[in-house]
Write a protein that binds this ligand. Sequence first.
Ligand code: C2E
Ligand code: CA
Ligand code: CA
Length: 594
Amino acid sequence: MTALGALFSSADILVVDDNPVNVELLMDLLEDEGYQAVEGMTDPLLLESRVQKKRPDLILLDIRMPSISGLELLELLNKTWGEQVPAVIVLTAQIDEATRHQALQLGAQDFLTKPFNHIEVLQRIRNTLQLQRLLSERFEKAALLEHLVVERTRELSLLSRQDPVTSLPNRSVILETITQLRIEKRGLLAFFIALEGLDEIERLHGYEAMDQTVCALSARIQQLIDLPIRIFGVWSTDTWVVVCETTVSEQQAEIFATRFLDVIQVPLQLQQLCVYVRARIGVSGSIAERSPEQIVRMAAVALPEADSQWQGYDQALESTLWRKNQLSDALYAAISNSELHLLYQPKVDVRSGQVRGVEALLRWDSPTFGRVSPAEFIPIAEANCFIITLGQWVVREAVSAIVRWRAQGAVDEYFSVAVNVAGAQLMQPDFAEWLIDVVQQAGLPAHALEVEVTESDLMQDMQLAMIQLQRLAAVGLRIAIDDFGTGYSSLAYLKVLPVSVLKIDRAFISEMHVDTQDQRLTSTVIDMARHFEFLTVAEGVEEPEQFKLLQAMGCDLIQGFLFAPPLKESMMLQLVASGFADTPAFTGQGHSFK
Ligand code: C2E
Ligand code: CA
Ligand code: CA
């Protein structure tokens, strides 16, 4: 091989000329130069089929041929091959300007004039091959690029319809499927599945373990092939939606929901880990006038509060939630609109009948909703954290009230006001400091304020609760355990917490005069409290018999309708002044505010 690079030696070159001498000549020339794939052709009519069989890199094409002209062949090639037409060099004796022009228009790359000058022929062929190679490389790159773009676009559109972790369909596909079912007029049940415990798995074992858990659980749902599942997709990280094509009935909902709960809640073995995920399921059916989004939302609304349960959607549920939302909004404005006030319920000394203190109880008179019970709005405030602001308002109000009463001489120096403190308040790291500051700024002795906390609130974070309570107790504030007996009632924590008052829950008191079991429990609690030197308060005392029993058991204070309901300040102060020693309730003549 001479100057020709290995690059071109394999180039497929076709020589087409009706004159065999020309063909022979060119083939010899090319083969001598090192071209190894040269083919000659004297019948131009065979060209088409040869090109079809194998597309050559270059055609050396005569123009004047008897059966078909080179120009006509060029035209044919263009027609079948379009942009992919092989490179053509036209072989001519002298041809006129017009033919030349036409050949160029038809895509001829170059001309070789007969008789051939060998050096020129080889050079022009090489130039054309080089150009061809460059073009085809560029073409290949463009094609590759196009292919990659198509691939990626497909991937992206798949991703936009898929959850990246589980590869399950995402929201848009779920909604499309519901739309489709509606178009087909099929009955459907939508199950909104909330997975519980994933956070904990992520916190303890990392996000990979969480992802594996979710994938393994989703596989379990996918295996429920006997259920008429039309789509199973991901709504958010820890919520799924399953849509079943079925008649809308409570019975069907129960069967399917139970199956889902059953498969999800089986403990899962992940390498050395054993994880356990719980679930809650809300169910809704298709209702003609609801949009697919609303159907899913209804199922989400129906999510029950407790784990391992399912609940179907109904109108009442939505009204309850709607009221909750409305109350929540209205509550934010309640303080600035002066819709809140405190009532005070006396705590009466069992021995003397004197009022030793009061519990401050919050009241909300809403212009829209009327009187709303704290049992309803406190949990709402707790859920949206407004309880912090609300709690601060209560403390300030109670503190300024007791300052006023002391200044008026209406109460003695041992009199105390108890405020209820919610778990969220107690968990504020600066709660104790803040409270102490308010009491000191008001110039009150610490024992003038008592905080009531429930056992369950303490349990939210025992460590933090302990720190806060110890700070409060260290300056002399009194701490009462509220609703004692309804929560954990662990004596162990009572020993370590700086508690000074136990409030025995109404649940034990209300039946104690007829239920000996309650009686025994109450008396045990009172004995135990005495042992720890706690003060005992019996809540919700309504009946004289209850009072007598509690008196005999050595209970210290009584709070309940038997003596007084929560009262306005003026009324309460009157009772503080008179005491209860001479009232029929105290002397046993029978009387109750019930
Ligand atoms: P609680 O702390 O257990 O308050 C005692 C509840 O029992 C009060 O209900 C009171 O009116 C009621 N009660 C008192 N004596 C009797 C009785 O003899 N019979 C009956 N049937 N009930 C009696 P209220 O005022 O409706 O408060 C309900 C709950 O709302 C309170 O339970 C407390 O947990 C919460 N709460 C009230 N005010 C506040 C507050 O300012 N902050 C916080 N965090 N919670 C509050
Ligand atoms: Ca209380
Ligand atoms: Ca209570």
